[in-house]
Design a protein around this ligand. Structure first.
Ligand code: F0G
Length: 463
C-alpha cells in the first residue's frame, strides 16, 4: 500500500514537562499596564499569558538537551563539552576557528572590534539593532542594502531578505578598501524574518570576491532560512535543510551566531571564521571580555545544550512544524483582515499597525497602541517595531519623528506554544481589530537617551 498522506502538520514532540500559565482579568491587566508605564518590557512575565515578545532564548529544550546539561563538564580549560560544541559548529559551518560566546551580540562586539574601526563601512542586507550598535560603537558605519522588494510590506516576494547586489557592487567599487567585511543576516529579522536565497548569497559572494572583501553571515536563524530556501527556491525542494544550511555557510568566510534562536538554547552563541589572524585577535578580546577560549562566557552545560540544539534544529519534522506555525498564525490574521508583512517569515508575524489603525497618526505611536491592546484584551505580549524603537523625539518641537514603518512583531518561541495557543492569539487579534476604533494614540511621558523602547514610559492620549 502507498504511504497515506495527511494534511495536519502536528507539533512533532510530546510534552514531558509543563509550566503553568496564569490567567489574569482585564482589570488586572489594565492596572499592570499603568504600573508599567504602558511599556510591555516593564510588565512582569508572570502577568503575561502568551509571551510573543521574542523568540530569543525563550524556546523549550529537548530531553536530549537536558541530558546534555547533566553531562556538562565544568572544567575551566579544555572541557569535553567544549570539544563537543566545537565539533557540532565545525561540522555544520566548516569554519576553522570556533569561538564560543555568551550570546550573539558578544560575537558582534568582538568581530567588529577586531575587524572594523573609524572610517570603515560594514554593508549588510539589514543589520539587526545590536549589530548596527556594535558597528557604530567602534566608529564604523553600518549601511543597509536591502533589495527593493523589502520596502513593500503588503506585497509578497519569496526572498525579501536578499541584499541588493547592484548597490553592493557600487559601494565596493568606490570604497572596497574601507570595507572590512560584508554581512548577510539570515533570516532578515529587521525586514520581517524574511529569507535570503542561495542564489543571492552566491551573487553577494561573487561581488565580494571581485573586490577582495570577506563575507560573514549573521546566522541567528540559519535553519529557518535553509528551510524557507527548500520551500521557496527553484531547484531546492529535494535537498535536505542540513545540506542547504551547509551551503549557506560554505559561501561565507565566517559567521556570528546567537544560539538563543536556531541553537534552540536559552543562552549561547559563537563567532566562527577562517582567517587565522582575525581569529587570534578575536580570541584575545574574548579572554578580556567573555572568558577563556574553551568556554567564552558559558558554562559547560550551556555548550552541551547548544551542540545538541544545532543538530535538532535541522530536523525536517521540526522545521516543517516551525515554519507552518508562523504561516498558520499569518493565515488567521489575514482571515481577520489584519494587514501583515507578506509573506510570513520564519519566526514571527509582523502586523502593519499604521495600515490597521489609520486613525492614529505615526507620531502617536500606532504600534505601541496595538501592543497595549493585545495585552489589555488578551494578556498577549508583543513588541513594537516602529516609531518607538526606530524613531526619535524632535529636540526643538517635542514631536515624534516617525520611523519608516510602524509594525507590531509577534515572535513565536520555539517548541513552546501549541496550535490552540495560536488560535487564541488569532481570536484576540480579531477582537482587537473589530474594536479598533476605540484605540487611541499614545504619547511618551519619559524616555532615556538611547534604546528608548526598553525603558520609556507612555500614556494614552484621551480619545
Ligand atoms: N542578530 C539577529 C538577527 C538577531 O535577531 C539578534 C537578536 C541578534 C543578532 C543578537 O543576538 O540577542 O543573542 O545578543 N534578536 C533578538 C530578537 C533579541 O528579539 O529579535 P543576542
Amino acid at each position: 500500500m502507498s504511504e497515506p498522506s495527511f494534511r495536519t502538520i502536528i507539533e512533532p514532540f510530546r510534552i514531558k514537562s509543563v509550566e503553568p500559565s496564569r490567567t489574569t482579568t482585564r482589570d488586572e491587566r489594565e492596572r499592570f499596564l499603568q504600573e508599567a508605564g504602558h511599556n510591555l518590557f516593564r510588565v512582569r512575565a508572570r502577568d503575561v499569558l502568551i509571551d510573543l515578545l521574542t523568540d530569543s532564548g525563550t524556546g523549550a529544550m529537548s530531553a536530549e538537551q537536558w541530558a546534555g546539561v547533566m553531562r556538562g563538564d565544568e572544567s575551566y580549560a579544555g572541557s569535553p563539552s567544549f570539544f563537543r560544541f566545537e565539533e557540532a559548529v565545525r561540522s555544520l559551518t566548516g569554519f576553522r576557528h570556533i569561538i564560543p560566546v555568551h550570546q550573539g551580540r558578544a560575537a558582534e562586539k568582538i568581530l567588529f572590534t577586531a575587524a572594523a574601526g573609524p572610517g570603515k563601512i560594514v554593508p549588510a542586507n539589514h543589520h539587526f539593532d545590536t549589530t548596527r550598535a556594535n558597528v557604530e560603537a567602534v566608529g564604523a558605519e553600518a549601511v543597509d542594502l536591502p533589495c527593493s522588494e523589502a520596502a513593500d510590506i503588503a506585497t509578497g516576494h519569496p526572498f525579501k531578505g536578499n541584499l541588493d547586489v547592484e548597490r553592493l557592487e557600487n559601494l565596493l567599487r568606490q570604497r572596497a578598501g574601507d570595507v572590512p567585511l560584508c554581512l548577510v543576516t539570515i533570516t532578515d529579522n529587521t525586514g520581517g524574518g524574511q529569507p535570503v536565497s542561495l542564489e543571492n548569497l552566491r551573487q553577494v559572494r561573487a561581488v565580494c570576491d571581485r573586490h577582495g572583501v570577506p563575507l560573514f553571515l549573521d546566522a541567528a536563524r540559519f535553519a529557518e532560512n535553509a528551510y524557507l530556501v527548500k520551500l521557496r527556491e527553484a531547484g531546492q525542494a529535494q535537498r535536505s535543510a542540513r545540506d542547504i544550511a551547509r551551503e549557506e555557510f560554505s559561501l561565507a568566510d565566517g559567521a556570528t551566531m546567537s544560539a538563543k534562536k536556531d541553537g534552540l538554547a536559552n543562552i549561547g552563541g559563537f563567532l566562527a571564521l577562517n582567517d587565522d589572524g582575525l581569529a587570534e585577535r578575536a580570541r584575545q578580546l574574548l579572554i578580556l571580555t567573555e572568558g577563556f577560549t574553551s568556554y567564552g562566557g558559558l558554562a559547560g552545560r550551556d555548550l552541551e545544550a547548544v551542540a545538541q540544539g544545532l543538530d535538532e534544529v535541522l530536523d525536517e519534522d521540526y522545521l516543517r512544524y516551525r515554519v507552518r506555525s508562523v504561516e498558520y498564525m499569518g493565515e488567521g490574521f489575514r482571515a481577520a483582515r489584519i494587514p501583515i508583512a507578506e509573506p510570513p517569515g520564519g519566526h514571527a508575524i509582523f502586523v502593519d499597525a499604521r495600515a490597521m489603525l489609520t486613525h492614529i497618526p505615526p507620531g502617536q505611536l500606532p504600534a505601541q497602541s496595538l501592543a497595549c491592546a493585545f495585552y489589555r484584551e488578551g494578556g498577549i505580549r508583543t513588541v513594537e517595531v516602529g516609531t518607538v524603537m526606530f524613531g526619535h523625539t524632535d529636540a526643538a518641537t517635542g514631536e515624534q519623528v516617525p520611523a519608516p514603518q510602524d509594525l507590531l512583531r509577534l515572535a513565536l518561541p520555539r517548541r513552546v506554544y501549541t496550535q490552540s495557543h495560536v488560535d487564541y492569539v488569532v481570536e484576540v487579534a480579531a477582537w482587537v481589530a473589530a474594536h479598533r476604533d476605540r484605540l487611541t494614540g499614545y504619547r511618551i511621558v519619559a524616555e532615556p537617551a538611547t534604546l528608548r523602547h526598553f525603558t520609556a514610559t507612555f500614556e494614552p492620549i484621551a480619545g
